[in-house]
Design a protein. Structure first.
Length: 279
């Protein structure tokens, strides 16, 4: 069972979790994983394999899609450890002729996840999503390298100063921002990229609230680009196409900035595949 354990540890570190404790508890703990931290440690030590129905929750916590190479490596090692000596006889024919390509140099997004990302915990995400003011204040602090007073940030975001001040204090109490002696707030993890635990168990209401904030802000925004395709396809190839879309979405972070510019602003980039009609 060491093959899966070693791959899991490698994937965890690559995702930006430098310890098993952070990975388990920052992703919601027992509420998300459905097994104890002690049992998770047994998995990482190679003393136990997770149940098949637990794999999806582990992949979600790793921010991995099943089609990603690192996810395929995890699944391959899971099957080998589970099947034992007969693994090659079962697995090799399934991988032929395409096979799995060995891992190459880590891409920029993988490097960013491991070294420049901060994964918000469910508790932190709930504080951020608690109100429009809290959400936009957090986004502003996360995406700017400066320090802000409640008055200045309220003016920049078009929010009421009183609500902005209350929101900044809630973020400070949650450990997401730092307040200086001059009464200005800045992000606790400046220069980092933040990921939100929207796919973790129990995060649906908070994520729906954030989507509502986007929709409301979008009423006064402007469309920057739109492209739509309608194709007829089988579900398998359509599902595989998700990987390409996910990689394109991740690449958007390369254009992000933490300083104000003449035309800077928040750009919402959405990707969705829907099966709208059977034919």
């Amino acid at each position: 069972m060491e093959n899966f354990a070693n791959s899991l540890i490698k994937a965890r570190v690559a995702a930006g979790f430098d310890s098993a404790y952070k990975f388990y508890h920052h992703n919601g703990g027992r509420r998300h994983f459905c097994f104890t931290f002690t049992h998770y440690l047994r998995i990482e030590k190679g003393a136990s394999l997770p149940k098949p129905e637990w794999l999806e929750r582990i992949f979600i916590a790793l921010r991995l899609m099943p089609t990603k190479e690192q996810a395929r490596e995890l699944l391959l090692h899971y099957l080998k450890d589970h099947l034992g000596k007969g693994a090659d006889y079962v697995i090799n024919p399934l991988l032929s002729p395409a096979g799995l390509q060995p891992g190459g140099t880590a891409g920029p997004m993988q490097w960013m996840n491991a070294h420049s990302s901060v994964h918000l915990t469910p508790e932190e995400f709930k504080v951020m999503a608690a109100s429009p003011a809290a959400y936009w204040c957090m986004e502003a602090l996360c995406n700017d390298s400066g320090a802000w007073s409640a008055k200045d940030l309220a003016a920049a975001l078009g929010l009421a100063e009183k609500k902005t001040a209350a929101a900044l204090e809630s973020l400070r109490k949650a450990g997401l921002s730092v307040k200086s002696g001059a009464g200005k707030y800045r992000c606790r993890h400046q220069g980092k990229f933040f990921t939100y635990p929207g796919r973790l168990e129990g995060m649906g209401p908070a994520l729906d609230a954030v989507k509502a904030y986007w929709a409301e802000a979008g009423k006064t925004g402007k469309d920057f680009f739109e492209r739509v395709e309608l194709i007829r396809a089988e579900e398998g190839p359509a599902a595989n196409y998700r990987m390409q879309l996910a990689q394109a979405m991740d690449a958007a972070n390369a254009y992000a900035t933490h300083s104000a510019g003449d035309t800077s602003g928040f750009f919402l980039i959405e990707t969705r595949i829907r099966k709208i009609k059977k034919f």
